[in-house]
Design a protein around this ligand. Sequence first.
Ligand SMILES: Nc1nc2c(c(=O)[nH]1)N[C@H]1C(S)=C(S)[C@@H](COP(=O)(O)OP(=O)(O)OC[C@H]3O[C@@H](n4cnc5c(=O)[nH]c(N)nc54)[C@H](O)[C@@H]3O)O[C@H]1N2
Ligand SMILES: Nc1nc2c(c(=O)[nH]1)N[C@H]1C(S)=C(S)[C@@H](COP(=O)(O)OP(=O)(O)OC[C@H]3O[C@@H](n4cnc5c(=O)[nH]c(N)nc54)[C@H](O)[C@@H]3O)O[C@H]1N2
Ligand code: SF4
Ligand SMILES: [Mo]
Length: 885
Amino acid sequence: MMERRQFIKSGMGALATLAVGETILLTATEASAAVTEPLNYAPAADGTLQKVRPDYSKAKSVKSVCLNCSTVCGIEGFVQDGRVVKIRGNPLDPNLGSFMTCAKGQSGPTINSYPERLIYPMKRVGKRGEGLWKRITWDEAYAEMATRIQRCIDDGHPERVAIHQGRSRYESETSRFLNAIGSPVLLNHRALCSSNKRAANYVSLGETDWESIDAERCRYFLNFGANFFEAHQGGLHLVKRVTKARFDHGAKLVTFDVRLSNTAGRSDEWFQPFPGTEGAIALAMAHVILRDNLHDRDFMADFVQPGEKQLRTWLAGYTPAWAQKLSGVPARDIERLATEFAAAKPAVAAFTNRGTGAHYNGFNAERAVVMLNALVGAIGVPGGYCYGLDEKLSPGRYPAPQPAPPKVTIRTDLEDPPEWPLANRWQKMKVGQVVYDYLKQGRARLDVYISYTIVSPMTWPEGRATATEVLCDEKLIPFHACSDIIYSEMAHYADLILPDATYLERWGMDIRNNLELQHYVMLRQPMVPPPGETVSFPDVLFNIGKRLGPAQAKYFAFGTHEDYVREQCSKLPRTGPDGKQFASGFDYMKHYGVHVDTSQPKAYHVYRRQLDAAQLAGTRVDEATGCIMKADKPGGKERAIGLVVRGQPLRGFATPSRRFEIHAPEVAQVAATAGMKDDGMPAFHPVPGLERLPRDRFVLTSFKWNVHTQGRTASQKYLAEIVHDNPMWIHPSVAARIGAKSGDMVELTTYRPRSGTVGDQAFKASATGKEEVVGRARIRVFVTEGIHPKVLAVSNSLGWKFGGRSTQGRSGDRDALLDASGQGGVRPALSTAPATDDLRNGVWWDERRGGRGNGVNINAILPVNPGPLVGMQAWFDTVCSVRKV
Ligand SMILES: Nc1nc2c(c(=O)[nH]1)N[C@H]1C(S)=C(S)[C@@H](COP(=O)(O)OP(=O)(O)OC[C@H]3O[C@@H](n4cnc5c(=O)[nH]c(N)nc54)[C@H](O)[C@@H]3O)O[C@H]1N2
Ligand SMILES: Nc1nc2c(c(=O)[nH]1)N[C@H]1C(S)=C(S)[C@@H](COP(=O)(O)OP(=O)(O)OC[C@H]3O[C@@H](n4cnc5c(=O)[nH]c(N)nc54)[C@H](O)[C@@H]3O)O[C@H]1N2
Ligand code: SF4
Ligand SMILES: [Mo]
């Protein structure tokens, strides 16, 4: 032990002074390299931290894009003395349209100077997961990765190289890298996030994964499980417009959430459905709308499949009384809400988010909600359920440097698992949560696993069981390189750590749906240079690419990521909206941060657009369906490109029938290939295991805080100060039952899901058919009326084991944390600035100092549970029991 200590530096603070070739032991209690004092503080003469008042008038302004959540707001940063001292919104971002940001946006710069950032590339020297690292050079890191990847290519197995990304904004860059080497295995997080919602929009509308509600003009919002006042992929943008609509013309907001979220609390009416019954409520509303003839007869006749008559028959059994029995929401309220919604048509919107989607039956439930808009003719109309066109970084508008590698065409089970045939149907959504099980089962083999902005041991189901087990197993993952900004649980299980630049220190193009219904694009540019030896991940990939054989290297000859982005901007205008002239599109973007294409009208009534003569050339009309058919080439396969409506050749929807598809024959066909029976209608399927839930069993759900984003923000101390622990919300009736009050500790036990009801098998169904425990956790409770009596709710984002003192809730001088063996902390001589370190006394929630601690990671005991067809993780369906300890 003594000998070992002589060459091993210990603790994260030591990282800052680590020389190349030196070894460091990173223990579970400490995390990374000291950089500078916290934002807006400076060390005084006596060594204490003093708040300094920044003078923004002297600061340099840099436009960029926030990425503290997936809403990606346009921002403006103010830089002084090499530091970002302030962020505000960029009003040119059409979605944001103001100087406002949320609390997370404000705290973004704190991550730049987090005293425990990773700043050097490091190579593992002990056993994987032991935490023993050697500082290496980037040349060594690139060479090692290039050699391993080249071996896969030379062996004819490029698909053994995978990139696994969480909320990345670099799909264009990562795809280029994998296309160059010939691997299709770009794994992502969509099945954990929103794949049911995306699939539902695609099935119904045919051409978008995401609605852009024309909220400012909307009169009635029916919100099924979106918490857009706190979370939501675009929440800030929606809140602004919903609020305006309510003030301007008294728009009504109705929310279905099992929990009194901030959105529920700000709604005109809040209903708490039994989990997984949102689809039933939507179907019953549809029943009422048709029964009482409140629908838009013309729109349905012209544009909806199936016809009104068939739909009436199909909906007949889905009565409000039936939905009340399942959901607990009173039938009279379902009747009333349906009537109000239809009366306010067409400026109305029924929409969802994960409260509806993250269930076994989420795909159909989402479809049923989207259907409500079609029944009342609210699709694509002012104030209604709209959608934009061209919301991708298409190479036509944003060209990538040439030559670009051809798209890889091979498929593998890992990125395209055959059990979930709708996962990759419209866009590559994958079924990320089964990846580790597949590796375990030998269904796929990987030689090189590159992880980027993902912390599966924290944010994924069975994170600390299956994910960690596989990440530790060198037979299953022979080599793991992790790009991260802090020493996360992902980095801990890597062989190579690739320290990244933060979103305020790097380049990138960004785009998302625009609630103003026009195409736009944003530029992310470094506000300050990346610290230490951190390198932006796309540059890491490009630098590896340059070291591969000539067949691959030629795709990376263009230069750096900055050059890549410059090329992507090359077709953008050079004259600004205020008449300013620029030398290039890149310069335009650097100045404004945003470009909005105002040359096209707002995307209302997309489906009513007329087909022009060129589009109509060589077409024929199918008499039975009214579809305008065209072959892709002479004698080639015909497909519908439009619809004849009242004698006019219109574009219609981009579905196979060119109609809004409530009935989607494609879903039925695809389901059959996977051995499932499905009639192609958004029928209601109860969640297996949640029907007739025994009195002592509950449904465990989770939710997101307004000041935290997934596994991204716990290291931002100002946010961790606001929320650092996550007691479980329980209803007073549950509290009485188990004899607990707020603040008491309880033991929570979770159980594996049972088989499904539509011919499918739960992915990891209990083998015996009997109740099987997934895991147990101890957690404090918060007793509140604001939760459904059968639901227990715990937030995610917290309970880190690694990541530094802010995430781990550990305060103090790092040297004071040293244990008897000299480990667990940092020797004073090695720490850069312990006296000015805000984490020293600032982490007042440290349990050892009488604080409440850093919370519980609930994902450790949530089962991997992909729903049928799309494969989205049924996060909110877990059966559990609870007892006081
Ligand atoms: N129980 C429960 N779990 C959930 C959810 C839930 O509702 N309930 N929600 C799910 C959802 S919607 C999603 S999208 C997933 C997301 O979960 P993930 O896919 O894991 O994504 P993040 O949490 O954003 O990724 C966090 C990791 O990225 C690192 N990181 C942050 N910024 C950077 C950077 O600039 N560069 C690099 N290289 N790394 C960075 C962080 O340090 C951390 O290690 O979580 C899911 N997990
Ligand atoms: N502050 C913050 N903003 C974020 C994120 C974040 O982590 N934090 N993450 C971003 C990402 S990646 C995503 S995917 C979005 C997610 O955005 P949302 O989907 O809006 O947020 P969630 O918290 O995942 O779930 C929404 C709501 O569903 C409720 N819910 C849980 N179970 C049920 C149920 O059975 N039925 C009903 N009706 N409701 C239920 C929860 O109480 C919660 O309020 O947010 C994005 N924005
Ligand atoms: S909502 Fe907040 S955290 Fe998300 S992108 Fe906008 S400012 Fe950043
Ligand atoms: Mo997400």
